[in-house]
Design a protein around this ligand. Structure first.
Ligand SMILES: Cc1ncc(COP(=O)(O)O)c(C=O)c1O
Length: 410
């Protein structure tokens, strides 16, 4: 495939060929990195993306369509999280940018402090480490409890005068459980420290499943101390990659995120996040998904995905020596192996050889599955492949398995 003038047909044929070795996520073979509701919705998302791929949300004065779509999407999400009057938000390129911006805003809000720190559970997403590295902030990680949830008392003890932000996840990624947000909110309010709820992976699911959709188990702005929430539409919003949302409790809190300069020869430059030029594709795809599914559609997807998750967890537990780490709160599963001769990573390798993809993670060394609505069609096939993969590992007495990370540096 020489990278030199080829016809569109040749180029497209090359692209199809390049794809041959990729995991077949459209057929439900990936439990990571990808999200699939229905083939029909995927086609709609891709068409909406293509329609606006070249538009640029850097300046929506030129594209009122994007301004309108952004406002609609933000309004939908804010409503879902019971954002109070006066809320304000931004669209981002996804979870990492949302978390970077929340940490940046917290730092700017506090102005000069000795050595600013963020107090967060060990389970909070790796993007917080990136934010701390980028913005010269200490990541003060506090071990989680035995049930993998944030230890609120220990987090409260870790706070000092230089703490600029508290973090809770709904749910956290590794074990898929929801932190005690109401208790964290009490600490945050009492100490007057902002509390960010990272609901990047659960925000489009939790509001629709028991007990989180109810007042018994609040995780959103109904908790007084919560100052901001992030949710990704490119996860369980089933939109194309490049779409996240941050909602702040107030405009004042959001103002710390925006960046404006005229210190160059090109005039006033303002932007809401890390990106400058910002494709309209993810915005149009997000809008299309929200318009297509609406609240009721997302509720239905969430309940079905949750039921599929519980079925998968049951199937995994029935395979010796595998065990599910904890009952999932949402639609994520963490499982491990209780036998050293069947290492979890080797099981992931065997699954990959059979065309399936699950994530590897640790500590402790476990496997991770992100379940999508479409997976309801593959439960039996996956459990059979997993059973065979365990047999493969046992019969080959294989190496410990490769430790492909959650993200790559390529
Ligand atoms: C809880 C949580 N926060 C943040 C992120 C980062 O999102 P992204 O990969 O879109 O940057 C993820 C990704 O899975 C996540 O699960």
């Amino acid at each position: 495939m020489a990278l030199d003038g080829s016809s569109p047909d040749e180029v497209l044929a090359d692209l199809r060929e390049l794809r041959v070795g990729d995991v077949d996520w459209r057929a439900g073979r990936a439990f990571s990195l990808t999200y699939l509701a229905t083939p029909e919705a995927l086609e709609l998302s891709e068409r909406a993306y293509a329609m606006f791929a070249g538009e640029n949300a850097l300046n929506v004065a030129a594209f009122p369509s994007l301004r309108r779509m952004q406002a609609d999407v933000l309004g939908f999400v804010a409503d879902l999280f019971h954002a109070p009057h006066g809320w304000a938000g931004f669209l981002t390129s996804g979870g990492t940018e949302s978390l970077l911006m929340v940490c940046y805003a917290a730092r700017r809000r506090r102005g000069e402090v000795g050595r600013p720190n963020i107090v967060l559970p060990t389970s909070a997403h790796a993007a917080f480490e990136k934010a701390c590295a980028y913005f010269g902030t200490e990541s003060r990680r506090v071990p989680v409890r035995n049930d993998w949830r944030a230890d609120v008392a220990a987090m409260a003890s870790a706070i000092d005068a230089d703490t600029i932000l508290l973090v809770g996840s709904a749910p956290q990624y590794p074990q898929g459980v929801v932190d005690p947000i109401a208790e964290l909110g009490e600490v945050a309010a009492a100490r007057n420290i902002p509390l960010h709820v990272d609901s990047c992976i659960g925000g489009m699911v939790l509001p629709f499943i028991d007990p989180f959709g109810s007042a018994e188990h609040p995780f959103d702005f109904t908790v007084a101390g919560v100052t901001s929430i992030s949710v990704d539409l490119h996860k369980y919003g089933y939109a194309a990659k490049g779409s996240g949302v941050i909602v702040y409790r107030s405009r004042e809190l959001r103002d710390h995120q925006t960046f404006v300069t005229d210190n160059w020869l090109g005039g006033l430059y303002g932007s809401s996040g890390v990106l400058g030029t910002k494709s309209g594709g993810p915005i149009a795809s997000s809008w299309a998904m929200i318009r297509h599914f609406g609240r009721d559609g997302y509720a239905d997807l969430a309940r079905r995905t949750r039921a599929t998750t519980l079925l998968l967890a049951e199937g995994i537990s029935s395979i010796e020596p595998l065990f599910v780490m904890t009952k999932p709160d949402s639609t994520l599963i963490c499982f491990g192996s209780g036998d050293e001769s069947v290492p979890a990573n080797a099981v992931a390798d065997a699954l990959r050889a059979r065309g399936w993809w699950v994530d590897r993670q640790g500590p402790p060394a476990t496997l991770h599955m992100t379940v999508s609505a479409h997976h309801e069609h593959v439960v039996a096939d996956f459990i059979e492949a997993l059973r065979l993969s365990v047999t493969d590992v046992r019969s080959r007495a294989t190496a410990p398995g490769s430790t492909v990370g959650y993200g790559t540096v390529e």
